[in-house]
Design a protein around this ligand. Structure first.
Ligand SMILES: NC(=O)c1ccc[n+]([C@@H]2O[C@H](COP(=O)([O-])OP(=O)(O)OC[C@H]3O[C@@H](n4cnc5c(N)ncnc54)[C@H](OP(=O)(O)O)[C@@H]3O)[C@@H](O)[C@H]2O)c1
Length: 366
């Protein structure tokens, strides 16, 4: 606990001394990363239930950092890619230490159903990241028209396989499959995506710690903390309420003592609610939904949206864009994540971190 607080303080100091508009992630991460530090600096959730030992840190940012709209960029860029790279490096070192000490490595199994191009890309990236970190990966691919039983059988096999410490069912599944039934069968101890109802329930309830926190929300919080940006007491708006991103992000922000509002497809005047927020997390899947005039000057913007937009000029015929109109937001916000290179790389890093934690738990490896 004391370690985490002091790391936060150092991260904030590094940020305050930072040059230009880019949050000095390398310095932030490097100061936090010595051999005795944990890989992630987010505190455990139960430790947050005792706010008297988690006082507002005077050296973290009490944003808004800027108080007026500008013709120029006011926002520091939260460089998720370089933060994720640092975390991945630490994970690889831990995997190597585990292999050298006990001759075991963490294992991640992936179940991919159907031919969705985005899902195939996500899975390919996750497998590649495992290879780079020395984590064993297994994949079961099933056809679009497969039945519940085929997915459940694959899941049961991975549940029983001792060399598998994390199982991920790539969502969304085809409509005809029973997602609830499938996720219910997933072993709680291997639910590295954190989508099992018990993990999600423990995320929601004070005094409880889920075995795993969903990767994208966990990555968003880690980005905020590493950037020295205060969460406690802030007004946060989460745009989107999906089980994968919006809902767990709102729960997690609440556990960190933010006052959270949720905007969804039926919300009236979403811009009015959003412009009161100190922290905006956009996860609607609607390109450029959040305009500059939706933001309070000095707000911190975490853009989860990853939307492919046709662009014949790009290598694959499309480019990725976020849910936030970046060009406008950088003139209003005090800090913002880019798309790509913000939340996306953090999601993969959190998945590998959860898998490593699971393997350590299974082997009782310190
Ligand atoms: N960077 C990453 O690692 C990562 C990871 C996961 C997802 N993503 C991206 O994040 C985005 C959201 O993903 P998801 O899986 O959460 O999507 P989803 O399941 O489609 O959920 C979208 C949510 O946004 C809400 N919404 C839709 N249109 C809206 C609007 N015009 N105004 C306000 N709210 C609106 C929906 O409200 P209702 O509930 O009322 O329908 C829903 O709750 C996508 O772009 C996805 O690609 C990125």
């Amino acid at each position: 606990m004391a370690l985490t607080r002091s790391m936060m303080r150092r991260a904030a100091v590094a940020w305050q001394k930072g040059a230009g508009n880019r949050i000095p992630t390398t310095r932030v991460v490097n100061t936090a990363m010595n051999d005795n530090c944990p890989i992630l600096i987010s505190p455990s959730l139960v430790s947050l239930d005792l706010p008297e030992i988690w006082p507002t840190n005077s050296t973290t940012h009490d944003f808004p950092l800027t108080c007026k709209c500008s013709d120029e960029q006011t926002a520091a860029i939260i460089d998720g890619k370089s933060i994720a790279d640092e975390i991945m490096l630490r994970i690889s070192c831990e995997v190597r230490r585990m292999k050298e000490s006990i001759g075991k490595v963490p294992g991640l199994a992936v179940i991919l159903v159907g031919q969705r191009r985005d899902s195939q890309t996500y899975v390919r990236n996750k497998i590649k990241a495992c290879e780079e970190a020395g984590i064993k990966s297994l994949i079961t691919e099933l056809p679009d028209n497969c039945e519940d039983d085929e997915v459940l059988n694959a899941l049961s096999r991975f549940n029983k396989e001792p060399s598998v410490h994390g199982i991920l069912v790539q969502l969304p599944l085809p409509q005809h499959l029973n997602v609830g039934k499938i996720l219910d069968l997933l072993s709680l101890e291997k639910d590295v995506d954190g989508f099992h109802p018990l993990n999600m329930g423990n995320l929601a309830m004070r005094g409880r710690e889920p075995l795993f926190i969903p990767c994208t929300p966990k990555g968003c919080i880690e980005l905020l903390i590493r950037s020295g940006l205060e969460i406690m007491g802030k007004k946060a708006v989460v745009i989107g309420r999906s089980n994968i991103v919006g809902l767990p992000t709102s729960l997690l922000l609440q556990r960190h003592h933010a006052t959270v509002s949720i905007v969804h497809a039926f919300t009236r005047n979403p811009e009015q609610i959003t412009c009161e927020a100190d922290i905006v997390v956009a996860a609607a899947g609607v390109p450029n939904l959040v305009r500059g005039n939706w933001l309070k000057p000095g707000a911190v913007v975490i853009d989860v949206g990853t939307n492919p937009i046709e662009d014949p000029g790009c290598e694959h015929g499309y480019r990725l864009t976020g849910d936030v109109c970046y060009e406008e937001a950088v003139r209003v916000a005090s800090a913002i994540t880019p798309v790509p290179g913000g939340v996306g790389p953090m999601t993969i890093a959190m998945l590998l971190s959860n898998t490593l934690d699971s393997a350590k738990r299974a082997y009782d490896f310190p």
